[in-house]
Design a protein around this ligand. Structure first.
Ligand code: ADP
Length: 493
């Protein structure tokens, strides 16, 4: 019997019992005349309407989509009784996802494909079967996948990677099989596997038979259907480097989309989405400015906490001060959320601005450099010259050099870049034999780094003016695009 039918039967039974009780009460008190009965019936209806209203109200407070109940675990044994794979219908659209426009743009084509698979089939076009969303927790990977399903109007199968990996060998593989067969039967559809690294971790030395069997099944399933069948598998992870290479091969998760922590503009957009319909007095931009390093999820919870705080103060609207009051609480609830003090923001901005300008000068290609991440293009050339590697090393050292010159101090934030620069120098000498002699003496690695450092210092001095301007922009917007540098150059020169 379906759950709905059960609910209906229970409701009818409750009504019948209520009537019986009322009538018996009437008979007992000797009051059973028609007007009393009618007023009692009306009473029952009013109570019923009240309940229906209450249920509707409660439902409205819950998220638009519900996770299906997937696993029933028998007490004590840990063995599941039945594992029901059911899709959900998503009412989310791209409008619910603030910012991350590049990500949305990449997915629009897939929406069209899911809506009109035939159009693509007629032209023999295969779209990617698998899309990997890569990014830290809380940046909206699940949300965007739900929005994709909502936009395309297709069923959405949600599974967490860890739900596949069980104690018993073969269970995970069976679940993967069931999941794919259901999704195919309901195609076009979307399968979303959260934390796919739980299944897809590189196999390495430590063998885990269950995980391996599950991973193999996933690979088999992905190879076993054609892109034109209309099932898109979306995986989410924050550790792409840990994934088994087999998962990333063509025909599997061959499209990777990076979702980053939101920059200033996106944080403002996310705040707007979550503050929609809330009474607020103040400037959301100030809130966006003080939340560097917050993910979308952290912003959503900040809005919630600030609202609760304002309500507790007996206010009729939320103010900026309510956000300041709860910020630390939200931060403490989140693990390792990096927010920066104004001074740290200055250091990071100058660091990144120096890198951007020197990279631009040396021809190291990038699209954008933000406060928290740079986007240097990976070299896809087979052969690279010593000059090109040297330029990369100098770009990596530019942040340290700039900050050291400007603030007269060395800071630890440079460690990743220094490590990368050292690795490159090592490769240059040891692997590529680009040192003074072909055997590659290790002391030459240090020499290369010293040389690069000296040259970068000279470059810094001759580019200081431009770096200062780029720094101002970085401090304000937290991001700089390649075109911005051109614009600033035209303004000053
Ligand atoms: P992830 O899957 O990357 O861990 P989620 O999609 O689960 O993150 O995000 C959790 C919540 O954070 C969302 O339900 C939403 O409330 C909020 N959120 C995250 N990113 C955004 C965004 N870009 N726009 C609006 N809300 C967001």
């Amino acid at each position: 019997m379906s759950k709905n039918n059960k609910n209906l039967l229970i409701t009818i039974a409750v009504i019948v019992i209520l009537f019986a009780l009322l009538i018996t009460a009437g008979i007992k008190s000797g009051n059973l005349n028609s007007s009393v009965l009618i007023s009692q019936i009306i009473g029952v209806f009013i109570v019923l309407i009240f309940f229906v209203f209450l249920i509707a109200l409660i439902k409205n407070f819950f998220p638009k989509t519900q996770q299906p109940q997937q696993v029933q675990v028998e007490m004590n044994t840990g063995i599941e009784k039945d594992f029901v794979i059911k899709p959900i219908t998503s009412n989310y659209t791209f409008k619910d996802v603030a910012g991350i426009n590049e990500v949305k743009e990449e997915l629009i084509e897939i929406v069209d494909f899911l809506k009109n698979p035939q159009k693509y089939r007629d032209f023999g076009i295969n779209l990617p079967k698998g899309v990997l969303l890569v990014g830290p927790p809380g940046v909206g990977k699940t949300l965007i996948a739900k929005a994709l399903a909502g936009e395309a109007g297709v069923p959405f199968f949600y599974q967490s990677g860890s739900s596949f990996v069980q104690m018993y060998v073969g269970v995970g593989a069976k679940r993967v099989r069931d999941l794919f067969s259901k999704a195919k039967a309901m195609a076009p559809s979307i399968i979303f596997i959260d934390e796919i690294d739980a299944i897809g971790k590189a196999r390495g030395n430590l063998r885990n038979d269950e995980r391996e069997a599950t991973l193999n099944q996933l690979l088999t399933e992905m190879d076993g259907f054609e892109g034109s069948e209309g099932v898109i598998v979306i995986g989410a992870t924050n550790k792409v480097e840990l994934l088994d290479e087999a998962l990333l091969r063509p025909g599997r998760f061959d499209r990777r989309i990076f979702v980053e922590l939101p920059g200033l503009k996106d944080r403002l957009e996310i705040l707007k989405v979550h503050m929609k319909n809330k009474p607020f007095k103040g400037n959301l931009e100030n809130i966006a400015k003080m939340t560097v390093g917050f993910s979308g999820a952290a912003l959503a919870s900040l809005v919630n906490e600030a609202s609760i705080y304002a309500l507790k103060q007996g206010k009729h609207f939320i103010e900026e001060s309510d956000f300041y009051a709860v910020k630390d609480k939200v931060l403490m609830g989140k693990k390792r959320l990096n927010t920066y003090s104004p001074k740290e923001k200055e250091i990071l901005s100058y660091y990144q601005a120096s890198k951007a300008v020197i990279a631009d000068w040396l021809g190291v290609d990038f699209e954008r450099i933000s406060l928290v991440k740079d986007d240097f293009k990976e070299e896809d050339k087979e052969i690279i010259s010593k000059t090109e590697i040297m330029s990369k090393i100098e770009t990596l050292l530019a942040g340290r050099v700039g900050v050291e010159e400007r603030f007269n101090e060395k800071y630890s934030n440079a460690h990743k870049d220094i490590k990368k620069a050292r690795e490159l120098a090592y490769k240059m000498i040891k692997d590529y034999g680009m040192g003074e002699n072909i055997t590659g003496d290790e002391s030459e690695v240090a020499k290369i780094l010293d040389e690069a450092y000296k040259e970068t210092k000279e470059l810094y001095v001759s580019h200081k003016l431009l770096i200062e301007k780029v720094y101002e922009k970085m401090l304000k917007d937290e991001v700089i695009h390649k075109e911005d540098i051109e614009k600033i150059k035209n303004e000053i020169f």
